[in-house]
Design a protein around this ligand. Structure first.
Ligand code: NAP
Ligand code: G4F
Length: 327
């Protein structure tokens, strides 16, 4: 029998890759979409006719109950969030409401309208923040360093609590940074690959950056959504770290991206205090042994391949990609 899934955050990076994956597995896919002044469909333009959209917002509990009632999903993937760490200092209340309380709204909607649905919560390695051990695994204590991280800790624990209180099949995926050509341009990877492409094409002169020493464990979003799906195919709900187990600095990222288009990054990158965060997460490195062993999850795309894929995509988007990369 065909399964059905409801995805919140369907217009975002992960929502689009997850929708593709589920459609390829013959799922009926419902996507929760909020009203915007102009449609935000770039990531899902190619599959939008295969998705049934439902109007809703994580802040509007009634709209979520309605969406669950209509879709009667076998699986719910709660990916919607105010997901940019930088913005969470400018909009801490909105971030707390959407990224934190929004999770409870979604869990309540499932509990009321389809309590046997399997539930996935998009938790984050940002919860480890000022890390107390390295590498970080499922048992590592949390020490969030931003309003976003704090909101995600709330979302994580409320998911665990609903599993324990109401016997719901609720899983939390603690995902480390994952990127793709569909990543928002404010995040560091895409900011860098977009700028490298623009500078190469003569459309931009310099790149203003924050902390180049920060270290992250960066993977490919297309690989990570497979882990989300695998978590909901298990017999018992659990929480899993998803990561590559490799760490790179922002400087390495810049070097690879600029190097790919034949530029020396030091000629273009300027450190600007405006992009330095009030409290930094210095390093994140995940241990995903549990996911590999229990879920059989494997990643396919490595760091350098990811960065060059994104640069190539940005060159192409900016219009002159093919000519440049074939030179
Ligand atoms: P993203 O590209 O920023 O997508 C966020 C999605 O949430 C968008 O579809 C957005 O809709 C939607 N949204 C925001 N506020 C909403 C609201 N009030 N009601 C309903 N929808 C709302 O994020 P992503 O990278 O795909 O990440 C997906 C999830 O995983 C997020 O929860 C993020 O915090 C979490 N996460 C991401 C990473 C990562 O490295 N990417 C790592 C760990 C955890 P609009 O298009 O209308 O703005
Ligand atoms: O790309 P970022 O903005 O991602 P960040 O803060 O690690 O958060 C992302 O990953 C989390 C998982 O760990 C997700 F939960 C979250 O939703 C989001 O997807 O920044 C990465 C690093 C930071 O240390 C930042 O200080 O890059 C550093 N950085 C240096 N210069 C910069 C810049 N970040 C941005 N966005 N812009 C800069 O100019």
């Amino acid at each position: 029998m065909t399964k059905s899934a409801l995805i919140t955050g369907i217009t975002g990076q992960d929502g689009s890759y997850l929708a593709e994956l589920l459609l390829s597995k013959d799922y009926k896919v419902y996507g929760l979409r909020r009203r915007t002044s102009v449609p935000i469909l770039e990531n899902i333009e190619h599959i939008k006719d295969e998705i049934e959209f439902l109007d809703g917002d994580l802040l509007d509990a009634g709209s979520l109950i309605n969406a669950v009632r209509i879709s009667k999903p076998d699986e719910v993937y709660n990916l919607a969030a105010q997901s940019f760490v930088g913005t969470s200092w400018d909009q801490p209340v909105t971030t707390g409401m959407v990224t934190g309380i929004g999770t409870t709204n979604m869990l309540e909607a499932v509990r009321m309208a389809k309590p046997d649905a399997k539930f996935y919560q998009a938790s984050s390695s940002e919860m480890f923040g000022k890390v107390v051990e390295t590498p970080q695994k499922e048992t590592t204590p949390f020490y969030p360093r931003s309003p976003y991280g704090v909101a995600k800790v709330y979302g994580h624990w409320i998911t665990v609590n609903y599993r324990e209180s109401f016997d719901m099949f609720a899983c939390s995926g603690i995902l480390f940074n994952h990127e793709s050509p569909r990543r928002g341009v404010e995040f560091v990877t895409r900011k860098v690959t977009d700028a490298a492409a623009r500078i190469k094409l003569g459309l931009q002169k310099e790149l203003r950056m924050g902390n180049l020493d920060a270290k992250r464990d960066w993977g490919f979003a297309g690989d990570y959504v497979k882990a989300m799906h695998l978590m909901l195919q298990q017999d018992t709900p659990d929480d899993y770290v998803i990561s590559t187990g490799e760490m790179h600095t922002v400087e390495e990222l810049v070097e690879i991206a600029f190097g790919h288009v034949g530029l020396k990054w030091r000629d273009y990158v300027v450190v600007d205090p405006k992009f330095v965060r009030p409290a930094e997460v210095d390093l994140l490195l995940g241990d995903c042994t549990k996911a590999k062993t229990k879920l059989g999850w494997e990643l396919e795309v490595g760091f350098e391949q990811l960065v060059t894929m994104m640069v190539e995509s940005d060159l192409k988007k900016l219009g002159k990609g093919q000519e440049i990369s074939s030179r």
